[in-house]
Design a protein around this ligand. Sequence first.
Ligand code: PLP
Length: 473
Amino acid sequence: MRREELSAVLGVVKKSLKPYLGRFPSNTRLPERGRSRKEILDEIRTMKSEEQRVWREGYVSGAVYHGDEEFVGFLSDVYALNAELNPLHPDVWPRATRFEAEIVAMTASMLSSDRSPTREQDGGVCGLITSGGTESILTAMRCARDQARTERGITQPELLMPATAHAAFSKASQYYGLTPVRVPVDAAGRADVAAMRAAITDRTAAMVGSAPGFPWGVVDPIEELSALAHERGIWFHTDACLGGFLLPWAERLGEAVPPFDFRLAGVTSMSCDTHKYGYAAKGTSVVLYRNAHLRRYSYFTMTDWPGGLYNSPTMAGSRPGALSAEAWAALLNMGEQGYLDATRRIVDTAKAIRKGIAAIPELRLLGDSLLVAAFTSDVFNAYALQDLLSARGWNLTGLQLPPGIHLGMTLRTAQPGVADRFLVDLGAAVAELRANPGRGSLMAPIYGLGQAIDTEVSLGDVLTGYLDVQYEN
Ligand SMILES: *Cc1c(COP(=O)(O)O)cnc(C)c1O
């Protein structure tokens, strides 16, 4: 791609991300006098009403995991009651510590803290509240790095993971000076245990497995991977950001779920998102540690600051306690029965959609999953298929290496009629490709840039430009 082509692509991006330019005033400096609340609320309502159909009617992969109006209304009431809460001042708002300690305890118990084989000697599983899956992962990886440096003398740490581990692990590597080592997965999309074993070195600070990984929604062989790490004294992290609030309930419902949690003695830490299948509002997640000693690697304390004695458990200073209140309320309102019912609906929807895909000869499912339908085609261009689904209103994730399409199930997808509608639209898109099998896609060359080396503009430049555009007016 050449520079001029990049500006053309970013022009298209800007059009789609900035539909309100020219329609509403562009606020690039403060209004001299504050605008009326009614006017502000009306403007937000207009934008909301234009945007909500797509996610509300189940056209989006992932993104909004619950979204029922009454439930969201309840969470908003909880927010309003706690709007001023800042857990940085626990003495002012002691209820914030109750919300957070109880979210951690409920999450840990769901992930088998009471069945941890080491709890007698080390005091048991504990955790922290963060702003989301990425911060949970960053926090755990920083702890792993510091533990490896302090207790194992590792000064040039490596982070060993399957290729499918979330991008946040590479972000953690970039932030904290770890060398990311990504190992190809097997044909089923699961971490390759032998290849992971072969990639361990004396610098391996931490190893990762996902339950499940994002791309195909498959659970890695955590039992084998964590045992490997355990033998060598390496920190092992299970990324259950996506599956943490779904797999335990699927297991209870009799689905085949391989062990991935604190039942395994080798699992050192876990990330588990309240804001995905926990159904809390966006902005909270839980990071869990096998014991309190390991959690302390996350703490920051300062005793000689003119501003006073200072301590904080995670990256942020001030934090939105109202979001913790919402997460606490979501967990309590759902309860075991609520999570079981939601999981049943989601898993059934995934099965119905996967069955429909499997019945189309030109398509091939990628991996085995209870909550994701990932698929590709050996006949058509997968991105051409994605374009045709987009034209029918679907907002799906394009996968790469190999190319494919990802639909993550939520309670939105589990609404009556959505799976059928998806399969009808998929059938129609496939029929169009049968009539025109050579059809290409705008996206295919963009993904191709990931591998190209001799172009003026790289795929990284496109992604960087995409971020810049978001802050344009
Ligand atoms: C969503 C997700 C994350 C990151 O979570 P954010 O909340 O988006 O930061 C990490 N791992 C997996 C498997 C995920 O699906």
